[in-house]
Design a protein around this ligand. Sequence first.
Ligand code: GTP
Ligand code: MG
Length: 229
Amino acid sequence: MAESSHSGTDYDYLIKFLALGDSGVGKTSLLYRYTDGKFNPKFISTVGIDFREKRVVHHPQALDGTKATKGQRIHLQLWDTAGQERFRSLTTAFFRDAMGFLLVFDLTHEQSFVNIRNWLSQLQTHAYCENPDIVLLGNKADLQDTRVVDGNEARNVAENLGLKYFETSAATGQNVNEAVESLLDQVMRRMETCVDADLLPSSFINNNRNSTRLREVDEANEESGGCPC
Ligand SMILES: Nc1nc2c(ncn2[C@@H]2O[C@H](COP(=O)(O)OP(=O)(O)OP(=O)(O)O)[C@@H](O)[C@H]2O)c(=O)[nH]1
Ligand SMILES: [Mg+2]
């Protein structure tokens, strides 16, 4: 995946991702690192909701692992939610419109790891379907001295939950692009295989109404079919 220089509405797909997890785990920092390549060590807790954007060109992967040469121009909208409890009803209202989720915990804070189950149950309740695409991120991997969550334990939990797991650092940039690309791969694959457009978020259908692929999805839907949802 490479960054694109297209502007305006010159893209093939608008994809919305949402970052969630406890306050202070590094959601804002990860998104800032991904979109701007920068890091701010100061903690400015997010109030309610915010978003960042980035253009990328995505090369779909075939089942044999080879990447297509023709890229899809993606406009990524990255929603950044406040982890603080007092904003919960506001932030969960945004879950419904997101296509993929970055579930973040802090490798130096055990409780944030324990709490991923609560966040998953919030997702099951509020996301567009019960098993949306999610990547699990153990963040602050650069803080080796204060790390308390064991990597193997986190990997096992992720495997049991059927989630891809990345250890990231917003401070160094470790695995940040890889995690977002992996989520984009999952979401685009689901979109390609989901012939029932009613089971995609409504924002996705509306925003991508002009896409040739979506028209194919709509036509296939008229003949009915199954969705991996
Ligand atoms: N060393 C290090 N510090 C980080 C990393 N990610 C975030 N931080 C720091 O952790 C603090 C909290 O980061 P934020 O990104 O604001 O956390 P958040 O999850 O957005 O918090 P809320 O907005 O309250 O939900 C800040 O001081 C960041 O600089 C990281 O990977 N490594
Ligand atoms: Mg924040």
